[in-house]
Design a protein around this ligand. Structure first.
Ligand SMILES: Cc1cc2nc3c(=O)[nH]c(=O)nc-3n(C[C@H](O)[C@H](O)[C@H](O)COP(=O)(O)O)c2cc1C
Length: 304
């Protein structure tokens, strides 16, 4: 039997297969080179990059939860100039698409980042709109359709590169945000970012995270993520990258059936650093077993 086609075309962003790694959980890629054949990945979303270097939040900034974890890293990263000078040269020649996840405090920050990253070797930008807008009292950009759209428009004005907008699940109606960013010119939508959560130490009677609240990720959030992908897939035309709790091939296939054209693996990399390779093999086995010749045949198959 011939091998099924695994390549996906996300509105012009061509991945050799649908398996990517979620921002903040896979470093810049090479950190995992002893566990993963990096050349087999479809894409790597690098750690959230900001204009200036960031030390992140005070510790403790991660905590385990049932079937997941909370994090409040606070976007620790070396800044865009360091990324361009020191990191991009190390990763640009791998077969995976290099997708830079960008974060800002203002619309102008995002525009400046897009302008700086508009260089050879960067294949796409993933716009993290879960960041607080300092000019709007810290309300996250991704919680209001107009604010979300303004970020995408500003980035779009700076570059013709593929734009992936990453949605926050901490909203009442994710489809209205999805439609707004599609209208503003995003090529792809990725979802979901972490769900806002909290854990309290009952002995010292204080929040466990120094930041008090953090983002919940891992298997605990998967049903919410699948539901949101399923809803957004029916609300927009642009392709989706689904994520949230994917830990094995079955989970990944669920997202494809819900309407995602590609998937991202996050927290599971911490549990099993080889998991992306297992997911890739498992997706291929599923296609062979079910008699599909092309991965694209199963995208959105569960939408009735
Ligand atoms: C430790 C950690 C750091 C993260 N950092 C970022 C980040 O910098 N930018 C971003 O858009 N998402 C970030 N995320 C969110 C993930 O990319 C992903 O959207 C989320 O964790 C859900 O997927 P998962 O359940 O597979 O981890 C981070 C998640 C974790 C656990």
């Amino acid at each position: 039997m011939t091998k099924p086609n695994l390549a996906v075309d996300l509105n012009g962003l061509k991945l050799q297969n649908p398996v990517t790694t979620a921002s903040g959980t896979f470093g810049f890629g090479p950190e995992y080179r002893n566990y993963v054949d990096l050349n087999r990945l479809g894409g790597v979303m690098v750690k959230g990059t900001t204009l200036n270097p960031k030390l992140g939040n005070p510790t403790p900034r991660i905590a385990e939860t049932p079937a997941g974890m909370l994090n409040a890293i606070g976007l620790q990263n070396p800044g865009v100039d360091h990324f361009l000078a020191r990191i991009l040269p190390l990763i640009k020649d791998y077969n995976f698409k290099t997708i830079v996840n960008i974060s800002g405090n203002t619309v102008e920050d995002y525009a400046k980042l897009a302008n700086k990253l508009n260089v050879e070797g960067v294949d796409a930008l993933e716009i993290n709109i879960s960041c607080p807008n300092v000019k709007k009292g810290g309300l996250a950009f991704g919680t209001q359709p107009e604010m979300a759209a303004s970020v995408v428009e500003a980035v779009r004005a700076e570059t013709d590169m593929s734009l992936i907008t990453k949605l926050s699940p901490n909203v009442a109606d994710i489809t209205s945000i999805a439609r707004a960013v599609e209208e503003a010119g995003t090529d792809v939508i990725s979802l979901i970012n972490t769900l806002l959560g909290m854990k309290i130490d009952i002995h010292n009677q204080e929040p466990i995270l120094a930041n008090k609240m953090g983002g919940l990720s891992g298997p605990a959030i998967k049903p919410v993520a699948v539901r949101m992908v399923y809803q957004v897939a029916q609300a927009v035309e642009v392709p989706l990258i689904g994520m949230g709790g994917i830990s094995n091939a079955d989970d990944a296939i669920e997202f494809l059936l819900a309407g995602a054209s590609a998937i991202s693996v996050g927290t599971a990399n911490f549990v099993n650093p080889e998991v992306t390779m297992e997911i890739l093999d498992g997706i291929e086995e599923y296609l062979v077993e079910k008699g599909y010749e092309d991965i694209n045949e199963i995208v959105g198959k569960a939408i009735k």
